[in-house]
Design a protein around this ligand. Structure first.
Ligand SMILES: *Cc1c(COP(=O)(O)O)cnc(C)c1O
Length: 407
């Protein structure tokens, strides 16, 4: 289905009624629990809240769910349904949007890696499901081939299903590494430019040796087209985070791909007892993920990009004139592909280290989180997680702290 057709189709879907598959119109349910007295739990618990000018970081609680997503989760918390049926129905919708044969909602991209891997190892064999993650002394395959430059830590998700990682640099090395224990070829999209073997060749090698291929695209929307690009290209499994730029539940992600592999992955997942039993997602996250995806696909992406550029320009114009400050607009090419601003200063003119600047922003009012760990005498900010108007506070506070540091 072409993108325009999808958009048209989605536009016709009554948002919540369609999602939850409920007979009663959702309007009959209260949209929020506003009848209860409001509690400010962050204040009660003494928690610091902050403006997120850093981006999607799990330690910073990722992203904020839009009202549509929260409403969908709230509404779906009001009735019981069978968990497998929610996964079936939502999975069909997600698969259709993303051009996959099948899909289901996982507890994040990491969980998608574990479960996809588990499914590749077990197929539909319940005996094998029970063996995972112990592969030693069994007839199960136990190795996954990864390009060395792609092994930056996320492949550990596969290891949790029991496999070991074999790294290679060249096509020749890869072909030599394949043996009867090889279970899968894994590709990390964000590191593609660092590897010798590119997507198409990776898929072609998988076909040649009859090995499934999986790609991790966790943080790689925008662009929105990446949601279907790698399914179209021929990867057997595609794993993505739900709580990054899509602003779905932070505890959700999607595994999509070939029907048989998705069915096998689900055999290892909650509610069945397998390696994925502890990675639980309930109806609220599953439906929240679906609504977040739908909302994300329907967005005016060009308009949003322009808005980000305007915010970056506003902050840049505030900071650039400060003596000793240099700025640079950076758009990361693959993951977290949104405009960001690197703010550097001459240490002879402004006395703060990057860490001191981080702390000034963190412990000031309002509190702001930035990227402070990349380079000396510099911080970087993103604007895609800012709420409307927050760019003014970000510009004002950074400007004030830079000026406070002038020697
Ligand atoms: C964030 C990330 C993950 C983990 O995703 P979660 O949704 O937090 O589980 C996996 N791989 C890459 C490349 C990531 O950036």
């Amino acid at each position: 289905m072409r993108r325009r057709d999808i958009l048209k189709k989605l536009a016709l879907t009554p948002l919540l009624g369609g999602v939850a598959g409920m007979k009663n119109p959702v309007q009959s349910l209260p949209f929020s629990s506003s009848s209860l007295p409001k509690r400010d739990l962050f204040q009660e618990l003494g928690l610091r809240t902050f403006i997120n000018a850093a981006g999607n970081y799990t330690v910073m609680t990722g992203s904020l769910m839009p009202e549509e997503v929260m409403d969908a989760m709230y509404a779906s918390s009001k009735k019981y349904v069978m968990l497998d049926e929610v996964q079936d129905k939502v999975g069909e919708k997600i698969a259709e949007i993303c051009h996959a044969e099948a899909a289901f909602v996982t507890a994040g991209c990491w969980s998608a890696l574990v479960l996809g891997m588990a499914g590749v190892l077990t197929g539909m064999d319940n005996r094998k499901v029970k063996q995972l993650p112990v592969l030693a002394g069994t007839d199960l395959k136990s190795e996954v081939i990864v390009q060395k430059s792609h092994a930056i830590g996320y492949e550990q998700g596969l290891v949790h299903a029991g496999v070991s990682i074999v790294t290679v640099k060249t096509r020749a090395e890869l072909e030599k590494a394949i043996n009867e224990k090889t279970a899968m070829l894994w590709f990390l999209n964000r590191e593609a430019p660092m590897g010798e073997i590119q997507h198409e060749e990776w898929i072609q090698l998988g076909k040649k040796y009859k090995l499934p291929t999986m790609i991790d695209i966790a943080a790689d929307v925008p662009p929105v087209e990446n949601l279907w690009k790698f399914n179209d290209m021929g990867f057997d499994l595609v794993a993505i985070s739900g709580g990054k730029a899509m602003c779905g539940p932070q505890s959700a992600g999607i595994l999509m791909g070939k029907k048989d592999l998705i069915a096998a992955a689900r055999l290892n997942a909650n509610p069945r007892s397998g390696v994925g039993r502890g990675q639980k997602v309930n109806k609220e996250e599953i439906i929240g993920m679906y609504v977040a995806l739908e909302r994300y696909v329907n967005k005016d992406h060009a308009k949003e990009w322009k808005l980000w550029e305007n915010k970056i320009a506003y902050i840049n114009n505030t900071l650039k004139p400060i003596p000793g400050v240099t700025t640079e607009v950076i758009v990361p090419p693959i993951d977290n592909h949104t405009p960001s601003l690197k703010i550097s200063w001459n240490p002879d003119k402004i006395k703060w280290t990057s860490e001191e600047m981080r702390d000034k922003l963190r412990f000031g009012n309002p509190s702001i989180e930035v990227i402070s760990w990349e380079e000396r005498n510099s911080i970087r900010i993103t604007v895609f997680m800012l709420q409307p108007g927050e760019e003014k506070s970000v510009a004002g506070r950074i400007s004030q702290e830079l000026k406070n540091g002038l020697v």
